[in-house]
Write a protein that binds this ligand. Structure first.
Ligand code: HEM
Length: 548
């Protein structure tokens, strides 16, 4: 903006000049470039890089006219590159790069950096994380073009903090995520678990064959099971996992995959607005192709529910709930589509990604797997499948799930960042309104000052070692391990997600012994998309262990 104003004055002066020739035009363009370049360098010279430099230069000028009591210590951080800042830090896997940089600069408590024109702060410290996540100042999300294009600004995830967002959270908390609703969907979880067991057995006998015999790649089964589970709770639909062709769930699966890919990308034009019209990564184009397909799909489901509710429908899914709202809670069709689409979208990948990490760890640590299975044998016995009522009697299985959440949180940077809605102070530093704040949960859960032997996979730390750790809550009260976030924008689906993961993992470990495929050993490399997945899908062998 400043550069544009300066250019305007130079051009205005030049136009008054009688000797305005092509030679002078070149000189003026050269001068503009020099001025632009000098200003860029000036901004870039500040700790944290260009976006922080721009803010401080402007603010210094303002401070001369107003008196301010805010702390003026400078948050340490990398300068990155002129104009673009530290885009390199967001290259995959961003959580590792950010942690290494914070360590290098001694800025683990708070580090500032720039993504183009966006000021960002990130913490690798549980106390500072608490300060950020639990503050009402950070209850908003930064604008992300793909999220807005995909309608998430009218759903919970990206709705601005305010009455509309609060209404949606209340409706979802009452009708989808309440303990009553979660136990009402017990039968559905059980049914899908049995289907998974059959499907994995089928794939094991007919699946991929290598020198080592047959093996099964579980990701597809987990994702489809998770999608069916959400479609059941939200749309009331039921599908068979094994059925070779199911047009409806295939189509929704594709829509979710495409949305997941788009939302997980770092969009340059979110941070360099002057690139906006170019759509260099084709994100806007792909969103514009996806949204009409989502609209058509969800509108059809809503219409079917409208027609059915005119008849004698007894069961109530989340579409029925939204259609029954009245008064100020009533949603337009467009908003309803956004909310339903978000629930399917968010509930599918997180659960599947986490289960794949847990199974990978079980293959890598057979002694831990045996211990879970011994507990299952004691509590359930081998003559019947696991049921939800067995879960409260299990101690070691939840400890294993917590330990995997610690080492492989599906959202290592807590998926979606927060936005400062007003000037504030974090860890004694002034943080201006409009700053994006991130928590590096992955770095916190691997910090040797927070966890003893943090790189060891050791579920015992949550099972037997100290009483306090058996009761350790991963739901957001203790920021040493808060994989679902914390504060006002904490994950509303956390209880449903965790219940599903614990039950399905329990069922899969009760039914099968999981061993590595010699041909495709377990590879713990990560790739950070919207969630942090295994870069190489898990391929395993399973042996039935229960008496049929
Ligand atoms: C293992 C499972 C899951 C994990 C690890 C997870 C993780 C997260 C995280 C880290 C956040 C950001 C929290 C923050 O900013 O403090 C989040 C937000 C959210 N999650 Fe989950 N989640 C899971 C399951 C689910 C499920 C099953 C649903 C819904 C069906 C869901 C719906 C949402 C929504 C709507 C938000 C946005 C909340 C808001 O902005 O107010 N999540 N989740």
């Amino acid at each position: 903006m400043e550069t544009q104003i300066e250019s305007f004055w130079i051009l205005a002066l030049a136009s008054k000049c009688s000797t305005f020739s092509s030679q002078n035009t070149l000189l003026i363009i050269f001068l503009i470039c020099v001025i632009w370049f000098s200003i860029s360098l000036l901004y870039w010279a500040h700790p944290g890089g260009p976006a922080w430099g721009r803010y401080r230069c402007k603010n210094r000028a303002q401070k001369k006219t107003t008196s301010s009591n805010t702390p003026n210590a400078i948050i340490p951080g990398p300068r990155g590159f002129p104009v673009i800042g530290s885009f390199n830090l967001m290259a995959n896997p961003a959580h590792r790069r950010l942690a290494t940089e914070a360590d290098r600069l001694g800025a683990k408590r708070l580090m500032a950096y720039s993504l183009g024109e966006t000021r960002v702060i990130v913490t690798c410290n549980p106390d500072v994380a608490k300060e950020i996540l639990n503050s009402s100042v950070f209850a908003d999300r930064p604008v992300k073009e793909s999220a807005y294009s995909l309608m998430f600004n009218r759903a919970i995830g990206f709705a601005p903090y305010g009455v509309y967002w609060r209404t949606l959270r209340r409706i979802a908390a009452t009708h989808l995520f309440s303990p009553k609703q979660i136990s009402a969907s017990e039968g559905q979880r059980y049914g899908i678990a049995s289907q998974m067991v059959s499907e994995i057995s089928r794939r094991m006998s007919t699946g991929l064959r290598n020198d080592d015999g047959f093996c099964v790649v579980v990701r597809d089964v987990l994702k489809r099971a998770s999608l069916h589970n959400m479609m059941g709770s939200v749309f009331g639909s039921e599908y068979e996992l094994g059925s070779a062709f199911n047009a409806e769930s295939d189509e929704l699966g594709q829509l979710v995959d495409e949305g997941y890919e788009l939302l997980g990308k770092l969009n340059w034009s979110d941070h360099l607005p002057w690139l906006g019209s170019l759509d260099l990564q084709r994100i806007r184009f792909r969103c514009s192709q996806l949204v009409p397909r989502v609209n058509r799909f969800v509108t059809r489901i809503i219409q079917e529910h409208r027609t059915k509710s005119l008849g004698t429908k007894t069961t109530h899914d989340f579409v029925d709930v939204l259609l029954s709202l009245h008064g100020p809670d009533k949603l337009s069709d467009h908003d309803m589509i956004a909310v339903l689409w978000e629930m399917i979208f968010r509930g599918t990948d997180t659960v599947a990604v986490l289960i794949e990490w847990i199974l990978a760890r079980m293959v890598l640590h057979p002694e831990v797997q045996s211990k879970v299975q011994d507990e299952l044998d004691q509590v359930v016995g081998r003559s019947r499948p696991l049921t939800q009522s067995d879960i409260p009697s299990l101690v070691y299985l939840p400890a294993v799930v917590k330990e995997v959440l610690r080492l492989h949180p599906p959202g290592p940077l807590l998926s979606w960042a927060r936005l400062a809605t007003m000037d504030t102070v974090v860890d004694g530093f002034h943080v201006p309104a409009g700053t994006t704040a991130m928590v590096n949960m992955w770095a916190i859960t691997r910090d040797p000052q927070v966890w003893s032997e943090p790189l060891e996979f050791d579920p015992e730390r949550f099972a037997t070692r100290r009483e306090a750790d058996v009761d350790f809550s991963v739901m957001g009260s203790d920021l040493r391990l808060a994989p679902f976030g914390s504060g006002r924008r904490t994950c509303p689906g956390k209880a449903l997600g965790l219940t599903t993961v614990i039950f399905w993992v329990g069922a899969l470990l009760h039914e099968f012994k999981w061993v590595g495929s010699g041909h495709d050993p377990v590879d713990l490399s990560e790739v950070l998309r919207l969630s942090c997945e295994m870069a190489k899908p898990l391929a395993v062998k399973v042996c039935p262990r229960r008496i049929a």
